[in-house]
Design a protein around this ligand. Structure first.
Ligand code: OFO
Length: 170
């Protein structure tokens, strides 16, 4: 049976993963309507992934005898100044999520809840990968000038296809 502190902090994470999904969807819409189809594709795929993360917490809580609560989610910004701003915000948000996952890991250890600790290891690895992939995009972005944005957009599209292919192979 899940302890109440663990249940509450996992429900807090449900809200954060749900918000991540909506945030990336809002960014995807901005990118798509600004002519960046490749970047929009990458962000749509991220939004889907975040929804899957939220569902993992949902199922885990209910399976362990807790109750997943679907919260109201705050509205993300719908306009962005630039592609650079979008990816800087994605990185900042992912760093916040990493901190949030680490807080749950610490609480699980403190409460001697080793099942939850085990469940969280997937997220610990996932956060490492996500932060690295966004850092990689930001590095690329610094190399391209505004004039090369068209090529950059296509480059991101191919990154997404590669990521999708990698996932379906596992
Ligand atoms: Fe962006 O990752 Fe969820 O957890």
């Amino acid at each position: 049976m899940l302890n109440k502190k663990i249940e509450d902090i996992c429900n807090r994470q449900i809200e954060r993963e749900g918000y991540s999904s909506n945030l990336y969807l809002a960014m995807a819409s901005w990118a798509e309507t600004s002519g960046y189809g490749g970047i929009a594709g990458w962000l749509y795929a991220q939004a889907e992934e975040e929804r899957v993360h939220m569902l993992k917490f949902f199922r885990y809580l209910n399976e362990r005898g807790g109750k997943a609560i679907m919260p109201a989610l705050k509205k993300p910004a719908s306009d962005y100044k630039s592609v650079e701003q979008v990816f800087e915000e994605v990185l900042k948000h992912e760093q916040f999520i990493t901190g949030s996952i680490n807080e749950i890991v610490a609480l699980a250890l403190q409460e001697k809840d080793y099942n939850t600790h085990n469940f969280l290891q997937w997220f610990v690895t996932e956060q490492d990968e996500e932060e690295a992939s966004v850092r990689n995009i930001i590095d690329k972005l610094r190399l391209v000038g505004k004039n090369n944005m068209y090529i950059f957009d296509r480059d991101i599209e191919s990154l997404r296809k590669k990521g999708t292919a990698d996932q379906s192979a596992t």
